[in-house]
Design a protein around this ligand. Structure first.
Ligand code: Z5A
Length: 208
């Protein structure tokens, strides 16, 4: 494996991931470091099809276990076809969400045993972990107000507030447990301050 780095961006609804992604894109292009930006669930045509299955609201019940397996099926494809080849070719990769989201949403939100997630993680990732995870943290009420201002809600955005409380708790717990790669960014402040915090975190990471 080359010394290319794998960065992930995480956050609750309305934390501002999409907005901050553009800032990060500019940060790397100004430093002439090619960065492959991708996302989960999705990132390849096949995995994007799984994404649309997962996100579309539907009448047919979908069990939590099926949702979990589809997340990892999409991830396996994404890793094999896109993330690993890029890293092996020396290119830095940034994924908008990765497995911390599975621990948070399927583990915290849905209540799936974290040991089951860990088992699938080992199977699919074979030890690969992000080198840096930027977690945009925002109180649930602030984030949901922002996200719900965007219009139609996907299958996840339709969940109740306590689902998001449990999701956020797991993100914060993981940030503590994996403190060497996590940077928690306060996303409940003006965007200029959020950008400044991201910039500081990236400066520290790229010069380390
Ligand atoms: N999911 C899962 O369950 N398990 C998994 O393993 C994975 C994913 C990988 C889709 O994710 C869903 O997949 C997600 C979890 C589940 N659930 N949901 N929903 P996604 O990442 O594609 O979707 P998203 O969560 O909606 O992310 P997003 O599109 O990047 O939204 P965002 O973080 O809210 O970003 P935004 O659009 O940039 O910001 C929202 C609004 O807030 C917008 O109007 C901004 O102008 C505003 N904003 C942003 N920052 C600020 C600040 N600082 N101040 C004021 N206003 C702000």
């Amino acid at each position: 494996m080359s010394d290319a780095k794998f960065i992930t961006l995480e956050g609750m609804e309305g934390a501002g991931k999409t907005t901050c992604l553009e800032f990060i894109r500019t940060y790397f292009s100004q430093r002439e470091t090619p960065l492959l930006i991708t996302r989960e669930p999705g990132g390849t045509p096949f995995a994007e099809e799984i994404r649309s299955i997962l996100l579309s609201p539907r009448d047919e019940p979908v069990s939590d276990g099926v949702e979990l397996l589809l997340m990892f099926a999409a991830r396996a494809q994404h890793l094999e076809q896109k993330i690993l080849p890029a890293l092996q070719a020396g290119q830095w990769v940034l994924s908008d969400r990765f497995t911390d989201a599975t621990y948070a949403y399927q583990g915290g939100g849905r209540g799936i045993d974290l040991a089951e997630i860990e088992h699938l993680e080992r199977l699919v990732q074979k030890g690969l972990q992000p080198d840096l995870t930027l977690y945009l943290d925002v109180p649930i009420d602030v984030g949901l107000a922002r996200a719900r201002g965007r219009g139609e809600l996907d299958r996840f955005e339709q969940q109740e507030v306590d689902f998001f409380e449990r999701t956020r708790d797991v993100y914060l717990q993981r940030a503590k447990e994996h403190a060497s790669r996590f940077v928690v960014i306060d996303a409940n402040q003006p965007l200029a301050d959020v950008y400044e915090a991201i910039s500081l975190a990236l400066d520290a990471f790229v010069t380390a």
